[in-house]
Design a protein around this ligand. Structure first.
Ligand code: NAI
Length: 509
Protein backbone atom coordinates (compact mmCIF):
# COMPACT_ATOMS: atom_id res chain seq x y z
CA UNK A 1 0.00 0.00 0.00
CA UNK A 2 2.65 2.50 1.03
CA UNK A 3 4.91 1.44 -1.81
CA UNK A 4 2.13 2.23 -4.24
CA UNK A 5 2.11 5.80 -2.97
CA UNK A 6 5.76 6.35 -3.66
CA UNK A 7 7.01 7.66 -6.92
CA UNK A 8 10.25 7.40 -8.76
CA UNK A 9 11.76 10.44 -7.04
CA UNK A 10 10.94 9.26 -3.53
CA UNK A 11 14.29 7.89 -2.42
CA UNK A 12 14.76 8.30 1.34
CA UNK A 13 14.43 10.76 2.82
CA UNK A 14 11.23 11.84 1.15
CA UNK A 15 11.81 14.88 -0.88
CA UNK A 16 9.54 16.02 -3.64
CA UNK A 17 10.35 18.83 -5.93
CA UNK A 18 6.86 20.15 -6.00
CA UNK A 19 5.40 23.00 -4.13
CA UNK A 20 2.62 25.47 -4.24
CA UNK A 21 0.95 26.87 -6.09
CA UNK A 22 -0.60 23.50 -6.89
CA UNK A 23 -3.61 24.24 -8.96
CA UNK A 24 -6.66 22.10 -9.43
CA UNK A 25 -8.15 19.20 -7.54
CA UNK A 26 -5.67 17.74 -5.02
CA UNK A 27 -6.91 14.28 -6.02
CA UNK A 28 -5.31 14.89 -9.38
CA UNK A 29 -1.92 15.50 -7.86
CA UNK A 30 -0.06 12.29 -8.41
CA UNK A 31 2.67 12.72 -5.82
CA UNK A 32 1.58 11.98 -2.27
CA UNK A 33 3.67 11.90 0.87
CA UNK A 34 2.88 9.09 3.31
CA UNK A 35 3.37 10.11 6.96
CA UNK A 36 2.89 8.02 10.09
CA UNK A 37 0.57 9.88 12.45
CA UNK A 38 0.66 9.13 16.18
CA UNK A 39 -1.91 11.16 18.10
CA UNK A 40 -0.19 10.51 21.42
CA UNK A 41 -1.41 10.73 25.01
CA UNK A 42 -2.90 13.45 27.23
CA UNK A 43 -3.36 16.59 25.12
CA UNK A 44 -1.93 14.67 22.14
CA UNK A 45 -5.29 13.98 20.42
CA UNK A 46 -6.31 17.65 20.76
CA UNK A 47 -3.10 19.23 19.46
CA UNK A 48 -2.36 16.66 16.75
CA UNK A 49 -5.90 16.95 15.33
CA UNK A 50 -5.53 20.73 15.25
CA UNK A 51 -2.09 20.66 13.60
CA UNK A 52 -3.14 18.02 11.08
CA UNK A 53 -6.12 20.13 10.05
CA UNK A 54 -3.86 23.14 9.46
CA UNK A 55 -1.34 21.08 7.49
CA UNK A 56 -4.05 19.49 5.33
CA UNK A 57 -5.54 22.89 4.58
CA UNK A 58 -2.20 24.25 3.37
CA UNK A 59 -0.83 21.09 1.80
CA UNK A 60 -3.43 18.47 0.86
CA UNK A 61 -0.84 15.97 -0.39
CA UNK A 62 -0.12 13.96 2.73
CA UNK A 63 -1.52 10.48 3.23
CA UNK A 64 -1.69 10.01 7.00
CA UNK A 65 -1.16 6.54 8.43
CA UNK A 66 -2.65 6.41 11.91
CA UNK A 67 -0.55 4.37 14.31
CA UNK A 68 -0.27 4.10 18.08
CA UNK A 69 2.47 4.33 20.72
CA UNK A 70 2.81 5.33 24.36
CA UNK A 71 0.17 4.64 27.03
CA UNK A 72 -1.95 2.25 24.93
CA UNK A 73 1.14 0.21 24.06
CA UNK A 74 2.30 0.04 27.69
CA UNK A 75 -1.20 -1.06 28.72
CA UNK A 76 -1.02 -3.81 26.09
CA UNK A 77 2.21 -5.02 27.74
CA UNK A 78 4.61 -3.70 25.06
CA UNK A 79 7.59 -2.66 27.20
CA UNK A 80 9.18 -0.47 24.50
CA UNK A 81 5.95 1.56 24.26
CA UNK A 82 5.93 1.21 20.47
CA UNK A 83 4.01 -1.63 18.74
CA UNK A 84 5.69 -3.54 15.90
CA UNK A 85 3.06 -2.27 13.42
CA UNK A 86 4.05 1.32 14.22
CA UNK A 87 7.75 0.54 13.80
CA UNK A 88 7.08 -1.15 10.45
CA UNK A 89 5.01 1.77 9.20
CA UNK A 90 7.72 4.26 10.21
CA UNK A 91 10.34 2.15 8.50
CA UNK A 92 8.28 2.22 5.31
CA UNK A 93 7.30 5.90 5.25
CA UNK A 94 10.40 7.49 6.81
CA UNK A 95 8.26 10.28 8.25
CA UNK A 96 6.49 10.57 11.61
CA UNK A 97 4.26 13.33 12.93
CA UNK A 98 3.43 12.67 16.54
CA UNK A 99 1.86 13.96 19.72
CA UNK A 100 3.50 13.64 23.14
CA UNK A 101 3.76 10.19 24.67
CA UNK A 102 3.38 9.44 28.35
CA UNK A 103 6.33 7.71 29.95
CA UNK A 104 5.37 4.74 32.11
CA UNK A 105 6.48 5.55 35.66
CA UNK A 106 7.65 2.79 37.95
CA UNK A 107 6.51 -0.10 35.75
CA UNK A 108 9.94 -0.87 34.30
CA UNK A 109 8.71 0.32 30.90
CA UNK A 110 11.01 2.49 28.80
CA UNK A 111 10.29 5.86 27.25
CA UNK A 112 8.52 5.30 23.91
CA UNK A 113 10.16 8.51 22.67
CA UNK A 114 13.64 7.19 23.41
CA UNK A 115 12.71 3.90 21.73
CA UNK A 116 11.74 5.77 18.56
CA UNK A 117 14.86 7.95 18.59
CA UNK A 118 17.23 5.03 19.12
CA UNK A 119 15.43 2.53 16.90
CA UNK A 120 15.75 4.76 13.84
CA UNK A 121 19.05 6.44 14.76
CA UNK A 122 17.41 9.88 14.87
CA UNK A 123 20.74 11.44 15.75
CA UNK A 124 19.87 15.10 15.28
CA UNK A 125 17.43 16.89 17.55
CA UNK A 126 16.50 20.27 16.11
CA UNK A 127 14.81 22.91 18.24
CA UNK A 128 14.11 26.34 16.76
CA UNK A 129 13.77 29.05 19.42
CA UNK A 130 11.96 31.99 17.90
CA UNK A 131 10.08 34.88 19.43
CA UNK A 132 6.36 34.60 18.67
CA UNK A 133 3.89 37.50 18.50
CA UNK A 134 1.58 37.96 21.52
CA UNK A 135 3.63 35.59 23.65
CA UNK A 136 4.73 37.35 26.81
CA UNK A 137 8.30 36.71 27.92
CA UNK A 138 11.13 38.62 29.56
CA UNK A 139 12.78 38.88 26.16
CA UNK A 140 9.86 40.01 23.99
CA UNK A 141 11.10 42.44 21.35
CA UNK A 142 14.69 41.17 21.32
CA UNK A 143 14.18 39.31 18.06
CA UNK A 144 15.38 35.91 19.28
CA UNK A 145 15.72 33.57 16.31
CA UNK A 146 18.10 30.69 16.98
CA UNK A 147 18.20 26.92 16.51
CA UNK A 148 19.62 24.36 18.90
CA UNK A 149 20.94 21.21 17.26
CA UNK A 150 21.59 18.50 19.80
CA UNK A 151 23.24 15.13 19.35
CA UNK A 152 20.36 12.86 20.23
CA UNK A 153 21.66 9.35 20.79
CA UNK A 154 25.00 9.25 22.62
CA UNK A 155 26.63 10.88 25.62
CA UNK A 156 25.22 10.12 29.08
CA UNK A 157 22.00 9.06 27.35
CA UNK A 158 23.60 5.80 26.25
CA UNK A 159 22.18 4.83 29.63
CA UNK A 160 25.14 2.70 30.75
CA UNK A 161 25.35 2.99 34.52
CA UNK A 162 26.83 0.93 37.33
CA UNK A 163 27.10 0.89 41.08
CA UNK A 164 30.85 0.30 41.22
CA UNK A 165 30.83 -0.34 44.95
CA UNK A 166 27.86 -0.19 47.35
CA UNK A 167 28.78 3.50 47.76
CA UNK A 168 29.89 4.73 44.34
CA UNK A 169 27.80 5.04 41.16
CA UNK A 170 29.11 5.59 37.65
CA UNK A 171 27.56 6.62 34.33
CA UNK A 172 29.45 6.21 31.06
CA UNK A 173 29.60 9.28 28.84
CA UNK A 174 30.08 7.92 25.33
CA UNK A 175 31.00 10.31 22.55
CA UNK A 176 31.90 8.77 19.21
CA UNK A 177 33.71 10.22 16.23
CA UNK A 178 30.83 9.13 14.02
CA UNK A 179 28.19 10.72 16.29
CA UNK A 180 30.15 13.97 16.67
CA UNK A 181 30.95 14.19 12.99
CA UNK A 182 27.42 13.49 11.84
CA UNK A 183 25.85 16.07 14.12
CA UNK A 184 28.49 18.65 13.18
CA UNK A 185 27.95 17.98 9.48
CA UNK A 186 24.20 18.12 10.05
CA UNK A 187 24.52 21.51 11.78
CA UNK A 188 26.33 23.00 8.77
CA UNK A 189 23.98 21.31 6.28
CA UNK A 190 21.05 22.73 8.25
CA UNK A 191 22.73 26.14 8.25
CA UNK A 192 23.12 26.04 4.47
CA UNK A 193 19.55 24.85 3.88
CA UNK A 194 17.91 27.27 6.32
CA UNK A 195 19.78 30.45 5.40
CA UNK A 196 21.79 30.56 8.62
CA UNK A 197 25.22 32.17 8.86
CA UNK A 198 26.92 31.04 12.07
CA UNK A 199 27.25 27.81 14.07
CA UNK A 200 28.37 27.93 17.71
CA UNK A 201 29.60 24.69 19.24
CA UNK A 202 28.94 24.50 23.01
CA UNK A 203 30.94 21.98 25.05
CA UNK A 204 32.61 21.45 28.40
CA UNK A 205 35.91 20.70 26.62
CA UNK A 206 37.94 22.50 29.30
CA UNK A 207 37.03 19.82 31.86
CA UNK A 208 36.08 16.72 29.82
CA UNK A 209 38.90 16.93 27.32
CA UNK A 210 38.41 13.46 25.88
CA UNK A 211 34.62 13.44 25.45
CA UNK A 212 33.45 17.03 25.11
CA UNK A 213 36.92 17.92 23.80
CA UNK A 214 36.63 15.21 21.15
CA UNK A 215 33.27 16.63 20.05
CA UNK A 216 34.83 20.12 19.81
CA UNK A 217 37.82 18.84 17.84
CA UNK A 218 35.62 17.03 15.32
CA UNK A 219 33.35 20.09 15.05
CA UNK A 220 36.35 22.30 14.27
CA UNK A 221 37.51 19.96 11.50
CA UNK A 222 34.03 19.96 9.96
CA UNK A 223 33.79 23.75 10.36
CA UNK A 224 37.01 24.16 8.36
CA UNK A 225 35.28 22.38 5.46
CA UNK A 226 32.37 24.86 5.59
CA UNK A 227 34.02 28.29 5.38
CA UNK A 228 30.85 29.96 4.01
CA UNK A 229 29.29 29.59 7.47
CA UNK A 230 30.93 31.19 10.50
CA UNK A 231 31.95 28.87 13.33
CA UNK A 232 33.04 29.36 16.92
CA UNK A 233 33.22 27.46 20.19
CA UNK A 234 31.91 28.45 23.61
CA UNK A 235 32.31 26.63 26.91
CA UNK A 236 28.77 25.54 27.68
CA UNK A 237 28.42 27.49 30.93
CA UNK A 238 29.51 30.67 29.15
CA UNK A 239 27.08 29.77 26.36
CA UNK A 240 24.10 29.65 28.73
CA UNK A 241 25.21 32.90 30.37
CA UNK A 242 25.35 34.61 26.97
CA UNK A 243 22.03 33.05 26.00
CA UNK A 244 20.46 34.75 29.00
CA UNK A 245 22.30 38.07 28.49
CA UNK A 246 22.07 38.43 24.70
CA UNK A 247 20.10 35.57 23.09
CA UNK A 248 19.55 37.54 19.89
CA UNK A 249 23.25 37.15 19.05
CA UNK A 250 22.98 33.40 18.49
CA UNK A 251 22.14 31.70 15.22
CA UNK A 252 22.74 27.90 15.28
CA UNK A 253 24.07 26.12 18.39
CA UNK A 254 25.34 22.54 18.09
CA UNK A 255 26.10 20.53 21.19
CA UNK A 256 26.25 17.16 22.92
CA UNK A 257 23.16 15.38 24.20
CA UNK A 258 23.16 16.37 27.89
CA UNK A 259 24.23 19.98 27.22
CA UNK A 260 21.55 20.21 24.54
CA UNK A 261 18.88 18.92 26.88
CA UNK A 262 19.56 21.75 29.32
CA UNK A 263 20.29 24.51 26.79
CA UNK A 264 17.18 23.51 24.82
CA UNK A 265 14.80 24.03 27.72
CA UNK A 266 16.59 27.16 28.88
CA UNK A 267 16.32 28.66 25.40
CA UNK A 268 12.65 27.64 25.10
CA UNK A 269 12.06 29.50 28.37
CA UNK A 270 13.40 32.70 26.78
CA UNK A 271 10.52 32.77 24.30
CA UNK A 272 7.60 31.43 26.33
CA UNK A 273 8.45 27.87 27.39
CA UNK A 274 8.47 24.33 26.01
CA UNK A 275 4.69 24.51 25.49
CA UNK A 276 5.40 26.61 22.38
CA UNK A 277 8.57 24.90 21.15
CA UNK A 278 8.57 22.74 18.01
CA UNK A 279 11.16 20.05 17.42
CA UNK A 280 12.41 17.55 14.89
CA UNK A 281 14.39 14.36 15.34
CA UNK A 282 16.27 13.61 12.15
CA UNK A 283 18.13 10.52 10.95
CA UNK A 284 19.50 9.37 7.60
CA UNK A 285 16.29 7.60 6.63
CA UNK A 286 13.61 8.61 9.12
CA UNK A 287 12.54 12.00 10.46
CA UNK A 288 10.13 12.54 13.33
CA UNK A 289 8.37 15.82 14.12
CA UNK A 290 6.83 16.62 17.49
CA UNK A 291 6.35 19.41 20.02
CA UNK A 292 8.90 19.75 22.81
CA UNK A 293 6.18 19.68 25.46
CA UNK A 294 4.74 16.62 27.15
CA UNK A 295 1.24 15.21 27.57
CA UNK A 296 0.11 17.99 29.96
CA UNK A 297 -2.10 15.65 32.02
CA UNK A 298 -3.57 18.65 33.89
CA UNK A 299 -5.42 19.86 30.77
CA UNK A 300 -5.77 16.56 28.86
CA UNK A 301 -8.97 16.07 26.89
CA UNK A 302 -10.24 19.59 27.66
CA UNK A 303 -9.63 21.03 24.17
CA UNK A 304 -7.77 23.98 25.69
CA UNK A 305 -4.11 23.15 24.90
CA UNK A 306 -2.08 25.38 22.61
CA UNK A 307 -1.28 23.58 19.33
CA UNK A 308 1.30 26.22 18.26
CA UNK A 309 4.33 24.00 18.96
CA UNK A 310 2.92 21.15 16.91
CA UNK A 311 1.81 23.41 14.07
CA UNK A 312 5.39 24.75 13.94
CA UNK A 313 6.65 21.13 14.00
CA UNK A 314 4.43 20.60 10.94
CA UNK A 315 6.14 23.60 9.31
CA UNK A 316 9.49 21.91 9.98
CA UNK A 317 8.19 18.67 8.44
CA UNK A 318 6.98 20.42 5.31
CA UNK A 319 10.37 22.11 4.88
CA UNK A 320 12.04 18.75 5.39
CA UNK A 321 10.12 17.28 2.46
CA UNK A 322 10.71 20.34 0.30
CA UNK A 323 7.23 21.88 0.52
CA UNK A 324 8.66 25.31 1.31
CA UNK A 325 5.73 27.37 0.09
CA UNK A 326 3.15 25.47 2.16
CA UNK A 327 5.42 25.67 5.21
CA UNK A 328 5.73 29.40 4.78
CA UNK A 329 1.95 29.83 4.29
CA UNK A 330 1.27 28.05 7.59
CA UNK A 331 3.92 30.06 9.38
CA UNK A 332 2.45 33.34 8.13
CA UNK A 333 -1.11 32.24 9.03
CA UNK A 334 0.00 31.21 12.52
CA UNK A 335 1.89 34.45 13.14
CA UNK A 336 -1.08 36.44 11.82
CA UNK A 337 -3.40 34.61 14.22
CA UNK A 338 -1.07 35.19 17.15
CA UNK A 339 -0.46 38.85 16.40
CA UNK A 340 -4.17 39.60 15.90
CA UNK A 341 -4.62 38.20 19.43
CA UNK A 342 -8.33 37.61 18.88
CA UNK A 343 -8.05 33.84 19.05
CA UNK A 344 -5.54 32.75 21.67
CA UNK A 345 -5.50 29.66 23.87
CA UNK A 346 -5.61 29.99 27.65
CA UNK A 347 -1.85 29.63 28.21
CA UNK A 348 -1.08 32.87 26.28
CA UNK A 349 -4.45 34.69 26.25
CA UNK A 350 -3.75 36.66 29.48
CA UNK A 351 -6.11 39.67 29.11
CA UNK A 352 -8.21 38.12 26.35
CA UNK A 353 -11.00 35.54 26.48
CA UNK A 354 -9.30 32.26 25.58
CA UNK A 355 -10.46 30.04 22.74
CA UNK A 356 -10.34 26.26 22.42
CA UNK A 357 -7.62 24.27 20.67
CA UNK A 358 -9.91 23.57 17.74
CA UNK A 359 -11.06 27.21 17.41
CA UNK A 360 -7.44 28.33 17.39
CA UNK A 361 -6.75 25.85 14.56
CA UNK A 362 -9.79 27.18 12.66
CA UNK A 363 -8.44 30.72 12.99
CA UNK A 364 -5.08 29.64 11.58
CA UNK A 365 -6.79 27.86 8.67
CA UNK A 366 -8.87 30.99 8.01
CA UNK A 367 -5.68 33.07 7.94
CA UNK A 368 -3.95 30.91 5.33
CA UNK A 369 -2.98 33.27 2.55
CA UNK A 370 -2.36 36.24 4.86
CA UNK A 371 1.17 37.47 5.45
CA UNK A 372 2.76 38.54 8.73
CA UNK A 373 5.69 40.93 9.14
CA UNK A 374 6.77 38.97 12.22
CA UNK A 375 7.92 35.94 10.21
CA UNK A 376 11.72 36.05 9.80
CA UNK A 377 12.71 36.18 6.14
CA UNK A 378 14.89 33.27 5.07
CA UNK A 379 15.82 31.37 1.94
CA UNK A 380 15.22 27.62 2.28
CA UNK A 381 16.76 24.87 0.20
CA UNK A 382 16.47 21.09 0.60
CA UNK A 383 18.57 19.28 3.17
CA UNK A 384 19.77 15.89 1.94
CA UNK A 385 20.31 13.89 5.12
CA UNK A 386 21.44 10.77 3.25
CA UNK A 387 24.50 12.73 2.07
CA UNK A 388 25.64 13.46 5.62
CA UNK A 389 28.27 10.77 6.11
CA UNK A 390 31.34 10.63 8.34
CA UNK A 391 34.67 10.70 6.53
CA UNK A 392 37.39 8.22 7.45
CA UNK A 393 40.00 10.94 6.89
CA UNK A 394 39.39 12.35 10.35
CA UNK A 395 40.58 9.15 12.08
CA UNK A 396 44.05 8.92 13.69
CA UNK A 397 46.53 6.65 11.93
CA UNK A 398 48.69 5.25 14.71
CA UNK A 399 47.99 3.78 18.15
CA UNK A 400 50.17 2.55 20.99
CA UNK A 401 49.53 0.73 24.27
CA UNK A 402 50.68 2.68 27.34
CA UNK A 403 49.23 0.66 30.21
CA UNK A 404 45.98 0.04 32.11
CA UNK A 405 43.78 1.77 34.65
CA UNK A 406 42.18 -0.60 37.14
CA UNK A 407 39.41 0.53 39.49
CA UNK A 408 39.38 -1.35 42.78
CA UNK A 409 37.34 -1.48 45.97
CA UNK A 410 39.49 -0.90 49.05
CA UNK A 411 38.57 0.15 52.58
CA UNK A 412 42.08 0.88 53.88
CA UNK A 413 44.50 3.77 53.40
CA UNK A 414 46.23 4.66 50.13
CA UNK A 415 49.81 3.90 51.28
CA UNK A 416 48.98 0.34 52.27
CA UNK A 417 47.13 -0.20 48.99
CA UNK A 418 50.10 1.17 47.01
CA UNK A 419 52.66 -1.00 48.82
CA UNK A 420 50.56 -4.15 48.39
CA UNK A 421 49.94 -3.48 44.69
CA UNK A 422 53.63 -2.79 44.00
CA UNK A 423 54.58 -6.03 45.67
CA UNK A 424 51.92 -7.98 43.76
CA UNK A 425 53.06 -6.80 40.29
CA UNK A 426 56.80 -7.02 40.81
CA UNK A 427 57.20 -9.80 38.21
CA UNK A 428 54.95 -8.12 35.62
CA UNK A 429 55.82 -5.62 32.85
CA UNK A 430 53.87 -2.88 34.66
CA UNK A 431 54.69 -0.16 37.17
CA UNK A 432 52.20 1.59 39.46
CA UNK A 433 52.14 5.23 38.38
CA UNK A 434 49.41 6.82 40.48
CA UNK A 435 46.42 6.08 42.68
CA UNK A 436 43.55 8.55 42.77
CA UNK A 437 40.25 8.76 44.59
CA UNK A 438 37.26 10.71 43.25
CA UNK A 439 39.56 12.09 40.55
CA UNK A 440 42.21 13.43 42.97
CA UNK A 441 45.72 11.95 42.97
CA UNK A 442 46.71 10.59 46.40
CA UNK A 443 49.74 8.45 45.52
CA UNK A 444 52.71 8.87 45.13
CA UNK A 445 52.30 12.29 46.74
CA UNK A 446 49.30 13.44 48.71
CA UNK A 447 48.38 16.88 47.40
CA UNK A 448 44.95 17.23 48.85
CA UNK A 449 42.80 17.00 51.93
CA UNK A 450 40.18 15.28 49.79
CA UNK A 451 37.81 12.88 51.47
CA UNK A 452 38.12 9.35 50.13
CA UNK A 453 35.60 6.63 49.34
CA UNK A 454 36.09 2.90 48.80
CA UNK A 455 36.62 3.31 45.02
CA UNK A 456 40.26 3.68 43.92
CA UNK A 457 41.66 4.40 40.50
CA UNK A 458 45.05 2.72 40.01
CA UNK A 459 47.13 3.52 36.93
CA UNK A 460 49.69 0.96 35.76
CA UNK A 461 52.13 1.90 32.99
CA UNK A 462 53.38 -0.80 30.62
CA UNK A 463 57.12 -1.03 30.07
CA UNK A 464 57.17 -1.27 26.28
CA UNK A 465 55.48 -2.07 23.02
CA UNK A 466 54.08 -5.49 22.31
CA UNK A 467 51.61 -7.17 20.02
CA UNK A 468 47.92 -7.02 20.90
CA UNK A 469 47.62 -10.63 22.00
CA UNK A 470 50.55 -10.34 24.45
CA UNK A 471 49.14 -7.04 25.74
CA UNK A 472 45.82 -8.72 26.50
CA UNK A 473 47.62 -11.56 28.27
CA UNK A 474 49.61 -9.01 30.28
CA UNK A 475 46.41 -7.22 31.38
CA UNK A 476 44.91 -10.57 32.48
CA UNK A 477 48.06 -11.29 34.51
CA UNK A 478 47.84 -7.78 36.04
CA UNK A 479 44.21 -8.36 37.08
CA UNK A 480 45.09 -11.76 38.55
CA UNK A 481 47.85 -10.13 40.62
CA UNK A 482 45.54 -7.32 41.81
CA UNK A 483 42.85 -9.78 42.83
CA UNK A 484 45.29 -11.12 45.44
CA UNK A 485 45.25 -7.66 47.08
CA UNK A 486 41.69 -6.33 46.64
CA UNK A 487 38.57 -6.54 44.45
CA UNK A 488 38.76 -4.90 41.03
CA UNK A 489 35.61 -3.61 39.31
CA UNK A 490 36.71 -2.40 35.95
CA UNK A 491 39.70 -2.04 33.73
CA UNK A 492 40.53 0.48 31.01
CA UNK A 493 43.27 0.26 28.39
CA UNK A 494 45.57 3.27 28.21
CA UNK A 495 46.32 4.07 24.59
CA UNK A 496 47.91 6.86 22.60
CA UNK A 497 46.55 7.81 19.18
CA UNK A 498 48.92 9.59 16.81
CA UNK A 499 51.28 9.81 19.82
CA UNK A 500 48.75 11.78 21.88
CA UNK A 501 47.68 10.15 25.19
CA UNK A 502 44.04 9.10 24.81
CA UNK A 503 43.28 9.17 28.54
CA UNK A 504 42.81 11.82 31.19
CA UNK A 505 45.11 12.72 34.04
CA UNK A 506 44.01 12.77 37.67
CA UNK A 507 43.70 16.13 39.45
CA UNK A 508 47.12 16.93 40.87
CA UNK A 509 49.00 14.68 38.43
P1 NAI B 1 4.34 18.86 30.15
O1 NAI B 1 5.04 19.57 29.05
O2 NAI B 1 3.37 17.81 29.75
O3 NAI B 1 3.57 19.91 31.09
C1 NAI B 1 4.22 20.97 31.81
C2 NAI B 1 3.25 22.16 31.97
O4 NAI B 1 3.10 22.82 30.71
C3 NAI B 1 1.84 21.76 32.41
O5 NAI B 1 1.35 22.72 33.27
C4 NAI B 1 1.05 21.78 31.11
O6 NAI B 1 -0.31 22.05 31.28
C5 NAI B 1 1.74 22.87 30.31
N1 NAI B 1 1.67 22.61 28.86
C6 NAI B 1 2.43 21.73 28.15
N2 NAI B 1 2.08 21.75 26.86
C7 NAI B 1 1.09 22.66 26.74
C8 NAI B 1 0.33 23.12 25.63
N3 NAI B 1 0.52 22.67 24.39
N4 NAI B 1 -0.63 24.04 25.87
C9 NAI B 1 -0.83 24.54 27.11
N5 NAI B 1 -0.13 24.15 28.20
C10 NAI B 1 0.82 23.21 28.00
O7 NAI B 1 5.49 18.23 31.09
P2 NAI B 1 5.40 17.10 32.22
O8 NAI B 1 4.21 17.35 33.08
O9 NAI B 1 6.73 17.09 32.83
O10 NAI B 1 5.23 15.71 31.46
C11 NAI B 1 3.99 15.00 31.36
C12 NAI B 1 4.24 13.71 30.59
O11 NAI B 1 4.69 13.99 29.27
C13 NAI B 1 5.29 12.77 31.20
O12 NAI B 1 4.83 11.43 31.10
C14 NAI B 1 6.50 12.95 30.31
O13 NAI B 1 7.32 11.81 30.29
C15 NAI B 1 5.83 13.19 28.96
N6 NAI B 1 6.67 13.92 28.01
C16 NAI B 1 6.63 13.50 26.73
C17 NAI B 1 7.34 14.17 25.76
C18 NAI B 1 7.26 13.70 24.35
O14 NAI B 1 6.46 12.84 24.04
N7 NAI B 1 8.10 14.20 23.45
C19 NAI B 1 8.20 15.33 26.09
C20 NAI B 1 8.12 15.73 27.48
C21 NAI B 1 7.39 15.02 28.40
Amino acid sequence: MLDALRTANSAFPFFYEYDEPLHGDPAEVHVKTPVVFIEGDGIGPDVTAAARRVIDAAFPHIVWHDQSAGASAFEAGIVSGVPAATLNAISETGLVFKGPLATAVGSGGKSANITLRKMFELYANVRPVIELPSVKSLYAGKGIDLVIIRENVEDLYAGIEYMQTPDVAQCLKLVSRMGSEKISRFAFAFGHSHGRSHVTCATKANIMKLTEGFFKEVFEKVAAENPEIGASHLIVDNCVQQLVMAPEKFDVIVTTNMNGDIIGDLAAGLVGGTGLAPSANIGDRVAMFEAAHGTAPDIAGANVANPTALILSGVMMLRHIGAFGAASRIEHALYTTLSEARYLTADIASDYKPVSTSDFASAVVDNLGYGSDFVPEREFTPIHTADIVPLETLRPVSRAFDGADVFVEWDGDVHTLAEKLKAAIIQLPFSLEIISNRGVMLHPSVVSEAETVNHWHCRFLHDGHDNDRRIQEAICALLAAISGVCTWMHVERLQSFDERPAYSKANGQ
